[in-house]
Every structure is written in C-alpha cells, then in structure tokens.
Write a protein that binds this ligand. Structure first.
Ligand SMILES: C[S@@+](CC[C@H](N)C(=O)[O-])C[C@H]1O[C@@H](n2cnc3c(N)ncnc32)[C@H](O)[C@@H]1O
Length: 213
C-alpha cells in the first residue's frame, strides 16, 4: 500500500491491527527457531507491536522498520529508553541498547543497515502488502536478511468477503513465495480474533520457514 494510506491510519488511530499483548503464536512458536540471547531478529513493518518488547525481553538484538515515526517513538518511550537518532541513507535510525528501529520504507532497507540477521519475525507484514507486491517483498526480505529463518504469522480467508489489508495469504501463496529458499512448515492454525474473524471466518496461521541451504 502507499505510504500515505498507512500514515492516515496512524493519524486517525485506525490501528486495529495493534494487539494489547504479545501475539501468542509468537510466544509459542518463536522458540522453535532456536535463537539464543545476543542473536538478532529483524521485524519488518513492525508498527508499535508489543511483540518487539517480548523479543527484547528474550535477550535478543531486535531491529525493525516502520513507516510511522510516532509508532517508533512510542516503543522506546514505553520501554523507558531514550534513543539515539541518526539519519541512515533515506531512513531515520532510532537506537538504544539492543533495540534499533528504522523509521521509513522497508524497501529502502539494505543489508548494511541490518548487519547479520539470525531470524525474521513477520506478523501482519506480508499480509499488509498488496498481493502484486508480495513477490518483491519476499525477495527483498530474503536479500537483506541473507535468507534467514523465519516465523511468519499470516491470515487466510475468502478474499471476496473483505478488502485487504490485511490480505488473505493462503498456504499456497506462502509456499510459492518461499519454497525456493525455505522449507515451509505450518506450525499452527487457529480461528482469527476480531473483525477479520467475525466477518470472514479467517484463520490465523503460524509458519516456520527454514532455509534450504
Ligand atoms: C498491519 S500493520 C502491522 C504492524 C505490526 N507488525 C503489528 O503486528 O502490530 C502494518 C504496518 O506496516 C507499516 N508499513 C506498511 N508498509 C510499509 C513499508 N513499505 N515500510 C515500512 N512500514 C510499512 C504500516 O505503517 C503499519 O504500521
């Protein structure tokens, strides 16, 4: 989607995607990636998700990217951190301790911004991308993270029942995007909460992506 679409949602407080607690598919399935304290996780299209705080609490180095600067600032404020703010090739880099968030466009993030990435956590990021941009999103994500292993949380539903975002990303789409680079395993599927659950009987799915080589 266009940047202005998302900035308007933040301005108008239409952030129903934001959850009041860390996503329970994250807390349940992230350990399967086998990361240890000090390793790094990249969170694309991170919003101000409490998932970031949970990942930080695991002792991980956490890096995210998000269009909205207010959301980025809120994450540091609620953790009681005062970030150092610098310009970084088209992005604004906020950094304090093991938390680094870039305000700006995901597609402007280069591998050099991130350094080594041990894992990716995608919740409501792939599903926020226009279907015709998905292949570009997945290829860019693989490029900047060195095809890291990934926990991906997505929705699957009948797209004729609702306009996205969030868009439906059914299992075949996840496979098509990542099967050349990862082994794709469905870790859990459950009825989605909220509007998308009520309107479209959506399923929320947790996928584990393991690099092929
Ligand atoms: C559906 S929300 C999900 C946010 C977060 N992952 C969560 O679980 O709450 C998608 C977020 O991605 C941001 N976004 C969308 N496209 C982006 C892009 N190209 N670069 C950076 N952020 C983007 C939006 O501003 C929005 O906050």
């Amino acid at each position: 989607m266009e940047q202005e679409f998302w900035q308007a949602r933040w301005r108008e407080n239409r952030t129903g995607f934001h959850e009041a607690a860390p996503n329970s598919l994250l807390t349940r399935h992230f350990p399967a990636l086998g990361l240890t304290a000090g390793q790094s996780v990249f969170v694309p299209l991170c919003g101000k998700a409490l998932d970031l705080d949970w990942l930080c609490a695991q002792g991980l180095r956490v890096t995210g990217v998000e269009f909205n600067e207010g959301a980025v600032e809120e994450v540091f404020a609620r953790q009681g951190l005062t970030p150092e703010i610098t310009r970084a090739q088209g992005l604004i880099r906020y950094q304090a301790g093991d938390l680094t968030l870039f305000a700006g466009d995901f597609f402007a993030v280069a591998a050099a911004h991130l350094g080594a990435v041990d894992a990716v956590y995608d919740r409501a990021a792939l599903v926020a991308v226009m279907p015709e941009e998905r292949a570009k999103y997945a290829a860019h994500l693989n490029r900047i993270t060195g095809t890291a292993k990934q926990l991906l949380i997505a929705f699957s539903y009948d797209q004729s029942l609702m306009d996205g975002p969030p868009f439906s990303v059914p299992g075949q789409a996840v496979e098509a995007l990542y099967r050349d680079t990862h082994r794709v395993t469905l870790a859990q599927e459950r009825a989605a909460d909220g509007r998308i659950g009520k309107l479209c009987n959506a399923q929320e799915q947790a996928w584990l992506l393991t690099p092929l080589s």
